[in-house]
Design a protein around this ligand. Structure first.
Ligand SMILES: [Zn+2]
Length: 115
């Protein structure tokens, strides 16, 4: 039910922006999702179609942009993108690492129509 909660808050944000902009219809939502985030595009789309029904956001297109995972090694400062989910540093094998990107999930932009 993770995605349902997320989708509900997306809709809430989108509708609020549309109201503030005096828009009658929301046409597009641009979402940014980190590779490591557990959010599944299809689930968000699935819930969206249900909960956006009969709102100005009905039929809006959801665009998903995936952000690749990036890690910095705290041992040798090596910065890398993990391959095959191998999170350990490829240079020194350390697992003392920090995730720089890949966990984000946010709404980047909304397109609306006004009459
Ligand atoms: Zn390292």
């Amino acid at each position: 039910m993770h995605e349902l909660t997320i989708t509900e808050s997306l809709l809430e944000i989108a509708l609020r922006h549309a109201r503030e902009a005096g828009a009658t219809k929301i046409t597009d939502l641009y979402l940014v999702i980190g590779q490591l985030s557990s959010v599944v595009d299809e689930s968000v789309q699935f819930y969206w179609d249900i909960i956006a029904k009969d709102t100005p956001a009905e039929g809006a297109l959801l665009h998903f942009q995936r952000i690749p995972t990036e890690i910095i090694c705290l041992n040798c400062n090596n910065q890398y993108k993990p391959v095959d989910n191998q999170m350990a540093c490829p240079r020194c094998d350390s697992i003392s690492i920090k995730i720089i990107s890949g966990e984000e999930f946010f709404l980047e932009a909304i397109n609306v129509e006004t009459d």
